[in-house]
Write a protein that binds this ligand. Structure first.
Ligand code: MTE
Ligand code: MO
Length: 379
């Protein structure tokens, strides 16, 4: 017998799988909400930590703060990816919902649809661009940091509207029973277990900051076998720094009209200090090192700079976004903020910023300037 297929736009009722039910989408939605909340808060922390003059300054303690917060940022974002896929699978039939007949309902329906479109678009952008960033891949022309930051507010705004609209329905859906006796290949509980397991695996695959996990962190590009046990993000070669360029090294310290110039021998002759501090990259990986060098505060004392001075730290690097950073007063005065000359008991390798690099507690990796040639107190 030949059956004629009638081609028409499907209706939500045409999708009969019990997996595509509010009981699934509400639970996955709640987990996603948790991931987004963690990613948003830790993202704000990272953003404020990178602003030269933030309204809400991030303090230099605890030393491991940024490492944990940025690790959570990347892990929660990664965990959200499989959850979003399961959520979209579960709610896909709703795409075909017809607009309500009643005039009064129409506006509410339209607003809800628009907020979902914005949410899905913004979330896809955030997770996609964030994952690419964590993998050290920048295949776009826009500036990642301001775009990822602006889109976060759009995503959170749309999420707030979505939660407000859906909360009553989601509450009711979570209470719904799982119809296991219908003989489906995969029960709802089974699908939810798959969602949670893949989310956990995704988090682990990028959690390169957790000691011992770096080996299984497949999507985190830094292997941990960089020189002196610490990965390298931008190499000396990529930054245009050669061994010849650092041969006549001078460090200049400037405060108002005062200038002090030190050779490497002068710098090495000053009292030094050791600190065990992590490099914690915005890309989510982090690694601890035992650094040795002269405290930045002792160098500022050579030009009699007042306490709580904001300091511009400049590199010998001539091009590239991270050749300079701003060190807020509380960091400049912290005893563990060093102009490091040694790592793991040996002179710094060229890739780690030889002859001297900045290392400060609780500071994003991008601001731990390498190949430092100048410290300047800002007015
Ligand atoms: N001059 C300079 N310093 C820099 C960078 C750079 O590109 N140029 N990259 C930063 C980034 S993004 C990180 S994560 C750390 C990495 O330090 P490491 O290579 O010693 O691990 O260095 C920072 N310091
Ligand atoms: Mo970084």
């Amino acid at each position: 017998m030949v059956s004629r297929t009638v081609r028409r736009v499907p209706a939500p009722e045409d999708f009969t799988s019990p997996l595509r039910r509010p009981a699934v989408s509400a639970r996955v939605g709640a987990w996603l909400g948790g991931c987004f909340a963690i990613a948003f808060v830790t993202g704000l922390i990272s953003h404020y930590a990178q602003l030269p003059d933030p309204v809400l300054p991030v303090p230099p303690a605890p030393a491991w703060g940024y490492r944990v917060s940025q690790g959570l940022h990347v892990a929660s974002g990664s965990a959200a990816i499989p959850l979003v896929l399961v959520k979209l699978y579960a709610v896909y039939p709703r795409l075909f919902a017809r607009p309500p007949r009643a005039r009064g309902e129409l506006l509410r329906h339209a607003l809800e649809r628009v907020s979902i479109a914005v949410l899905v678009g913004a979330a896809t952008f955030q997770l996609g661009s964030g994952l690419a960033n964590a993998a050290g891949w920048y295949p776009w022309a826009f500036r990642f940091v301001p775009t990822h930051y602006a889109m976060a507010w759009i995503a959170v705004g749309a999420l707030a509207v979505h939660v407000a609209v859906k909360l009553p329905a989601a509450r009711a859906a979570v209470a719904e029973a799982d119809p296991r006796d219908r003989g489906e290949a995969l029960s709802r509980a089974g699908l939810l277990r798959v969602a949670l397991t893949t989310a956990g695996l995704a988090a682990v695959a990028t959690a390169a900051g957790v000691p011992g996990l770096r080996r299984v962190a497949l999507f985190a590009p830094r292997s941990g076998d960089g020189p002196q046990g610490v990965p390298v993000n931008r190499t000396a070669a990529a930054a245009g720094i050669t061994a010849a360029a650092i041969a006549g090294y001078r460090l200049e310290i400037a405060y108002a009209e005062r200038r002090v110039r030190l050779s490497l021998a002068d710098l090495l002759a000053l009292p030094s200090r050791q600190a065990r501090l992590p490099i914690a990259c915005v890309e989510g990986w982090s690694a601890s090192g035992t650094w040795q060098g002269v405290p930045v505060r002792a160098l500022l004392d050579l030009v009699a700079a007042p306490r709580d001075s904001t300091v511009r730290v400049s590199s010998m690097q001539r091009f590239g976004g991270y050749r300079e950073s701003t060190l807020p007063g509380p960091y400049a005065d912290h005893p563990d903020t060093l102009l490091a000359t040694h790592l793991a008991g040996e002179p710094l390798s060229l890739d780690h910023g030889a002859p001297a690099r900045l290392i400060a507690p609780n500071r994003p990796g991008v601001l731990q300037t390498k190949w430092v040639s100048r410290l300047e107190v800002l007015p």
